[in-house]
Design a protein around this ligand. Structure first.
Ligand code: NCD
Length: 296
């Protein structure tokens, strides 16, 4: 099936190729160079059933920069409100003339179903607690540009890991690049995944990490923010001071300041959340271009 519904559908060589192409494209965008209109005449539909700022806007700009027409589905003002099913909605958007669908949905597996029903290439922009593959690509581009390598880097994913689709894609993709992953959080929030290390003490593992990857507590999926959680797992100034000098902090956004991250830490130079956002457009351009060429 064509599309990108999960990171595990990529092999390590594809993954590295997308990362390096995205990073080159980021450089070209930064210098204001012209970009080939490789999606000229095609129509990209953004079909987001859940709120989004970064992902939707960056897919929007990515598609436009490549010369595509962009149509946007908004469930709040669409016939979903009148009881239309996901299948009928997907077939309608396909019949209108979309060539590529970008789908976010609160049900895990929804983008794959949409791909089956429509036969169109689908990019998963986040499905339930399952995956968010382009976020993982954004993160890896950010890490690669900072460190110049992946092999042997130690990355801790901190927080509501079981309910996070971002974590789902990181866990699937980072080991392909030789990154050593540790899951950190309350025991009941840490899935058992093969040989991956797990810890319920951020303080124990902090000093040995190159990348601290913070997650938002997924309150819309049953995650609960407690005072105890904030005390044990917030990356506060004292914990940030205990990190090695060149350790970076990543966060996919939206950040809940005062919960998983303190204000001063979020605004410190070692937090590269804005840099992640900057890499969003080139990554999504690279993915859309690969879909249009049929190489994904
Ligand atoms: C994430 C999402 O929606 O999955 N955000 C994003 O796309 N950058 C993370 C989250 O909501 O916590």
């Amino acid at each position: 099936m064509k599309g990108l519904t999960g990171i595990r559908s990529l092999d390590p060589a594809d993954l590295r190729a997308i990362v390096s192409k995205s990073s080159d494209l980021r450089d070209r965008l930064d210098t204001g160079s012209d970009v080939e209109q490789s999606l000229h005449g095609l129509c990209v539909a953004n079909v987001f059933f859940e709120p989004s700022t970064r992902t939707r806007l960056s897919f929007d700009l990515a598609a436009k920069r490549l010369g595509a027409h962009v149509i946007t589905f908004n469930p709040g003002t669409a016939s979903t409100k009148k009881g239309e099913s996901l299948r009928d909605t997907a077939l309608t958007i396909s019949a209108i003339g979309a060539d590529i669908l970008v789908v976010r949905h609160d049900q895990s597996g929804a983008p794959r179903l949409v791909a089956e029903w429509t036969g169109l290439p689908v990019v998963n922009a986040g499905d339930g607690t399952n995956e968010h593959p382009t976020q993982m690509l954004v993160d890896v581009v950010t890490i690669g540009r900072h460190f110049g390598r992946f092999e042997g880097l130690r990355l801790g994913i901190v927080g509501d890991v079981t309910r996070s689709r971002v974590a789902g894609s990181l866990i699937g993709g980072l080991p392909m690049l030789g990154v050593d992953v540790t899951l950190v959080g309350p025991r009941e929030w840490l899935p058992e995944v093969g040989e991956l290390a797990r810890s319920d003490s951020l303080d124990d593992v902090l000093g040995g990490l190159d990348v601290v990857y913070l997650l938002r507590v997924q309150t819309e999926r049953g995650g609960e923010i407690t005072q105890e959680y904030v005390e044990r797992f917030q990356l506060n100034p004292a914990r940030s001071a205990a990190l090695a000098e060149d350790t970076i902090i990543l966060h996919p956004g939206p950040m809940n300041r005062g919960v998983e991250i303190a204000d001063e830490v979020a605004d410190s130079p070692r937090c590269l959340a804005t840099e992640q956002v900057r890499n969003g457009v080139p990554v999504r351009m690279t993915v859309l271009e690969a879909l249009a060429e049929g190489s994904l």
